[in-house]
Design a protein. Structure first.
Length: 389
């Protein structure tokens, strides 16, 4: 019992003292060879309040969930390599408990690193370098969840390999990767809707990104969570990304007297996007635009006329500002976000929202978020707490 209490005290102390840039607890070090092991994690319970109108009678639906419960480890092998593992424990706390999910499992090898030039190779399962918001840890988000207009249109983590090259202390960074694929296959794009389908063979997914940070390294979070003594230095991040993938399908036409018919077809997807982030004096801005196109050609012999390609255009912009009064400048942040999407199959739509974040420690690892948005999925209020180390 005493050991358990001591361990809990250590974790709480680490949560309250660690900076975001140092958001890990070092549990082991070795000098020869130079090896270190760091642990990190967080949990984010949430209450969602959404109005519903069954049978025309207004009502309110209140749901409790744990959308995030993460635990990870980072092993540092000298200056030349790191190994990362992260698991998602949230499924265990779901309405129907399920085993944990393995999110990250990859190694980064750095054969060369200097002030002017660096190169690294990443192998395993990790985030596809498409969007800056997709590359940062969710604990660093200004809102309880990613911008839905963007996150729904891009791949998350995939198995693959990536080459990274940077110049001038990472002021310029180039990323190029090849992955197993499996993107945008949730429905038969452009096929007649009286056909069912299944993915026959996934092709490779190719992705690349360029980042420019001319004023120095950008924070690994969305808001300006830097120490107040460093907030007077402006920081700018500009990124552009692209990807390409192709998927082979096998369509199964429903039986019509004489049995079903199997037809084959391919679908190719392309996407390009750009994002910009700016941080200064407790204020932050992040904007992103993504354009995606997927050919909708049905397999030969499919019913219906030849459909056009299916296109997505999605944008998102958000603002954050720490109130410049006494202790509030480090503990209270106002947030606003606007999203727009125009999808051939769904039409155009908007979503806007705003809220407030309260931080209870100087390391910004213990926080509460109140956010209201209205748009794509109706109106809702989210109240989320996060504790991490």
């Amino acid at each position: 019992m005493r050991r358990a209490l001591a361990f809990t005290a250590i974790v709480v102390a680490a949560s309250a003292s660690a900076r975001v840039a140092e958001a890990q607890v070092r549990v082991a070090t070795f000098e020869k060879p130079a090896v270190a092991l760091d642990l990190y994690g967080w949990v984010s319970p949430r209450v969602t309040i959404a109005p519903v109108t069954p049978f025309g009678d207004p009502d309110v639906d209140v749901q409790f969930s744990v959308p995030q419960a993460r635990f990870g480890a980072v092993a540092t092998l000298g200056r030349w390599a790191t190994m990362h593992t992260e698991i998602d424990l949230a499924p265990v706390a779901g309405a129907v408990p399920a085993p944990p999910w393995l999110l990250d499992a990859y190694a980064v090898v750095t054969p060369h690193r200097s002030r002017f030039f660096g190169i690294d190779v990443t192998l395993g399962r990790f985030r596809v370098p498409i969007s800056r918001q997709n590359l940062i840890q969710p604990i660093g988000l200004q809102t309880p969840e990613l911008a839905g207009a963007i996150s729904a249109m891009i791949p998350g983590r995939q198995l693959g390999g990536m080459l990274g090259v940077d110049f001038l202390e990472r002021k310029i960074r180039l990323l190029a990767g090849v992955y197993n694929g499996g993107w945008g296959t949730s429905f038969p794009l452009g096929a007649p809707f009286n056909l069912t389908f299944e993915v026959d063979k996934p092709w490779l997914l190719y992705a690349g990104r360029i980042e420019l940070q001319p004023l120095g390294p950008a924070p690994s979070f969305e808001g300006d969570l830097r120490p107040t003594s460093q907030r007077r230095k402006p920081v700018l991040s500009i990124g552009a990304s692209g990807l390409r993938t192709k998927v082979s399908y096998r369509y199964q036409e429903p039986p019509q007297g004489g049995g079903s018919t199997t037809l084959a077809g391919d679908s190719e997807g392309l996407a390009a996007g750009a994002d910009v982030g700016f941080w200064y004096a407790g204020a932050s801005f992040y904007g992103e635009i993504l354009y995606r196109v997927q050919d909708g050609n049905p397999p030969p012999g499919a019913q219906g006329s030849e459909p056009d390609d299916i296109r997505w255009l999605v944008t998102s912009a958000q603002l954050g500002y720490f109130l410049p009064f006494g202790l509030l400048r480090e503990h209270v942040e106002l947030v606003a976000r606007a999203q727009y999407r125009d999808i051939d199959l769904l039409g155009a739509g908007y979503a806007i929202g705003g809220g407030v974040n309260g931080f209870f420690d100087r390391g910004h690892r213990l926080k509460a978020q109140l956010f209201y948005d209205v748009g794509f999925e109706g109106a809702r209020v989210m109240l989320q707490a996060t504790a991490g180390f």
